[in-house]
Design a binder for this molecule. Structure first.
Ligand code: NI
Length: 170
């Protein structure tokens, strides 16, 4: 297993639209293991392949407190959104240290393949619903800050670029 480098906003590669996976191979199993390790190490609750610069439609999620509920969603598609909306503070491993309120559907129905290639359907609510929507956005090349005003987004961009320059210099 290996820790993978996570792309950091405003890296343009975060805006790549990921490709569907037609057959799940040995390299996908390795990628899934590495993505879980990377996500747990970074204390995240979700990670999309896009964030580790791998542009296929694969996400890993674990919203449990004790890393006990790993979920793999391959080629996920949301087939139903609740009309009820919730607003919650979101963060992202690709946008370190930034949190802001985002509106999402409170509930979704999502279809996907699991890591064995079996078709699954899941009804998700609240945090899991938010997390799945956030990760699927990554596969579409969208980062949560894209929902914020351009003023806020530019401030975040400047702050993160400055932080990255300081890391590069040290
Ligand atoms: Ni994210």
């Amino acid at each position: 297993m290996a820790l993978l480098p996570i792309l950091c906003y405003p890296d343009p590669r975060l805006h790549t639209v990921a490709q569907p996976i037609s057959s799940i191979g040995e390299h996908h199993q390795r990628l899934i293991k590495d993505m879980f390790e990377t996500m747990y190490e970074s204390k995240g609750i979700g990670l999309a392949a896009t964030q580790v610069n791998h542009h296929e439609r694969l996400i890993v999620i674990d919203i449990s407190e004790d890393s006990s509920n790993p979920m793999v969603l391959i080629n996920p598609t949301i087939i139903k959104y609740s009309t009820e909306i919730i607003r919650a503070d979101e963060g992202c491993l690709s946008v370190p240290g930034i949190f802001d309120g985002i509106e999402r559907a409170k509930g979704i129905n999502v279809e996907f393949l699991d890591e064995r290639g079996e078709r699954k359907m899941l009804e998700a609510q609240d945090l899991l619903s938010i997390c799945i929507q956030h990760e699927i956005d990554h596969l579409e090349g969208k980062v949560f800050v894209d929902y914020l005003s351009s003023l806020k987004r530019n401030r975040i961009r400047t702050k993160l670029l400055k932080a990255q320059r300081e890391v590069d210099r040290s």
